[in-house]
Design a binder for this molecule. Structure first.
Ligand code: TA6
Length: 304
């Protein structure tokens, strides 16, 4: 059964063994299993905390939460009533359709439209569609943001938003390197002083590690990344997601998170493609599409 609708989640099964699970809650991917040429046996590629809350009462700690319409604490006036990272990851999405089901891949579409609860905190007309496509060694996630405004009722017709895939990659945090980010401008959110958090820095490293508490927002980044470690890795390609966040809380911050399993910070790196510096815009009736494509790296790639 390539697509199964089970209690509040959708399970995709590729004919060659890969699989994907996504909760209707937040349209949160909670599992992606894929093999490689070297090791065809599918294995889990995403981190999901064993303490993650999956009953819809809070965002999921792990997998791929969707961040929309704001990243971090809201700064846009239209987002002032929203929680950190917006509402998309905390709302119940609808299963819309099976988009593709063949040997090339299995693809489904989930949707989210304004509910009274959403409108009470975010009074903008919008439509979200999320298209997930599972291939043998690859996962594509595409967020379609449509500005359904047809009138000039609002101060500005354009829909202004931020969007990001908060991807928890299962990886040995003590050995993982992310490249290429050398010479890219970034902002260090771990800095104590606000002025230091807002200070534009330039990455000097060939490969970025997360050996210490890391929360870095890279701006106008390459939109293609290798996340590698001895014996494994993922390649990430993106469209329209000009920025990327690298995050690992490490022990101090991680141990204070109620839904972070003990020493969970040792088992993942968050590599989060997004549009988070400034705001993406969709004109009335137009649709913006942000996509990430995760591929299992088939050969040894190390940054020397
Ligand atoms: O993407 C990094 C980040 O913004 C960190 O600052 C940290 O807050 C992380 O997201 C997790 O946020 P959450 O709201 O899911 O606990």
């Amino acid at each position: 059964m390539p697509v199964q609708l089970l209690d509040g989640r959708v399970v995709l099964s590729h004919p060659k063994g890969a699989s994907l699970e996504v909760l209707l809650f937040g349209a949160t991917v909670t599992s992606w299993k894929a093999g490689s040429h070297r090791d065809p046996q599918p294995s889990e590629r995403l981190f999901l905390s064993s303490k993650a809350v999956l009953d819809g009462s809070k965002p999921v700690r792990g997998g791929i939460p969707i961040v929309f319409p704001c990243f971090g604490p809201p700064v846009h006036p239209e987002h002032s009533r929203l929680p950190q990272h917006g509402f998309a990851r905390s709302e119940l999405w609808k299963f819309d359709s099976v988009v593709m089901d063949n040997d090339a891949g299995v693809s489904v579409r989930l949707t989210l439209e304004p509910t009274p609860e959403i409108a009470a905190k975010y009074n903008r007309p919008f439509h979200l569609a999320y298209v997930l496509t599972l291939a043998e060694h690859q996962l594509s996630a595409a967020l379609h943001v449509t500005n359904t405004s047809t009138s000039a009722d609002f101060p500005t017709d354009n829909l202004e938003f931020q969007a990001l895939f908060h991807t928890y990659i299962l990886a040995p945090a003590g050995q993982v390197l992310i490249s290429p980010l050398q010479n890219v401008r970034y902002y260090d959110k771990t800095a104590a002083a606000e002025e230091d958090r807002n200070l534009a820095r330039v990455e000097s490293r060939l490969g970025v590690d997360v050996l210490k508490f890391t929360d870095s927002v890279y701006e106008d980044a390459p939109q293609k990344y290798d996340v590698t470690w001895p014996g494994g890795g993922l390649e990430i390609k993106t469209n329209a997601l000009k920025d990327v966040v690298i995050w690992n809380p490490q022990r101090d911050a991680g141990s204070r998170m109620a839904d972070m399993e003990h020493a969970g910070w040792e088992r993942f790196v968050c590599v989060e493609p997004g549009y988070v510096r400034g705001f993406a815009k969709a004109e009335p009736g137009k649709t913006w599409i942000g996509q990430q494509v995760l591929s299992v790296i088939q050969e040894e790639r190390r940054i020397t």
